[in-house]
Design a protein around this ligand. Sequence first.
Ligand SMILES: *Cc1c(COP(=O)(O)O)cnc(C)c1O
Length: 416
Amino acid sequence: MNASRLSAAHEPDAEKAFFVADLSVVYRQHQRWKACLPEIQPFYAVKCNPDPYVIRLLASLGAGFDCASNNEISQVLDLGGIDPSNLIFANPCKAASFIRNAAKRGVDMMTFDNSDELYKIARAHPGARCVVRILTDDSKSLCAFGIKFGAPLGTVPGLLAKAKELKLDVVGVSFHVGSGCYDPSVYMDAIMRARTVFDMGREVGYTFGLLDVGGGFEDGLFEQAAAVLTKAIDRYFPDRRDLRIIAEPGRYYVSKAFRLAANIIARRAPLLGEPSQVVEASSPDTTSDQPTVMYYINDGVYGAFNCILFDHQVVHPYVLSMNGSFHVSDSEEKNVSSVWGPTCDSIDCVCPKTILPVGLRVGDWLGFDNMGAYTVCAASQFNGFEVSKVIYTMGGIGSLEVRNALANFAAEGHGL
Ligand SMILES: *Cc1c(COP(=O)(O)O)cnc(C)c1O
């Protein structure tokens, strides 16, 4: 509303796109996690969205953190009040200097999946608590990681023997079923493999005490995934008195917590009474289901919508405000339209085909839901367009708890 008013007053930059982060959503996801997976401590995967308030909130709620670089480790530890034992350096291929820095900061838990990494860890952080990242079936996910990370089971006994020879402490097993996992049954097989690796560890003389079930949790399938995991853990780890179980959820926590508002900065539409140029340009055989109007908004695939390219997302715009009004009647006449980002690159297409009201004009606002995961963190400033800023809210159930959690965190002198 404010943006609309400032824009009407010709305030510079009033029409900038912005995120709205509802921190209560993050809180509610945490409650849901604790209800469904009470035995598993979540280590939030910072790379998914390193938003400072999400991190403060999760820290004050008792979550740990999965970091993959020096900067992520610093970002979390510099807040203060977070014990380094609640961090896992979950990147199996780290620069030697990063391992040394982790040692300096007291971050001991780190993953590996190859023998070169073991040599590096033995040199740079001999007191590390190593976690072997194994390969599991990641074919049922939006973003598979298996072509890059994970030790095939056949290589694990050799790796563990090498770790033993280097006098390293291997404390457990991790895996990642792939980000955005749409078939939770894969957790069953993954836990079975982890069990096998616990037994391999015992052969070499290790007694593992850590099981890290990774990330991949999808909001809509969370209960199902939790049920499969619980069953699998009961089956393969029936006696787990000395077992610490952690996970590395990323998108589960933030996907729905962030929405994006973007301004229509330009429009290409046929002049009244003229045949559509747009249709002729895009396809010679004019059919009525082709977009007839192109909207250009002020965030695109080089910015927040990089999730379309990198995270294989499909986004659905809706009208936030039209002609200064937030009430857009469903009976508005509609056009098949396309939505484009602001840069001069034609790959910068946000939505190739969607239905939007005919009356939509330059200056109106479009909204996009589920914009919290793998969006703002990978946005570039290509072509001179700034990364959209975040505005924070807390609404509905959990708003009071969020307020208190953040206030307590600050009162203890953290995050300042
Ligand atoms: C990206 C990543 C995660 C988070 O995955 P989500 O699918 O967002 O839950 C967790 N662990 C590791 C090692 C990762 O690389």
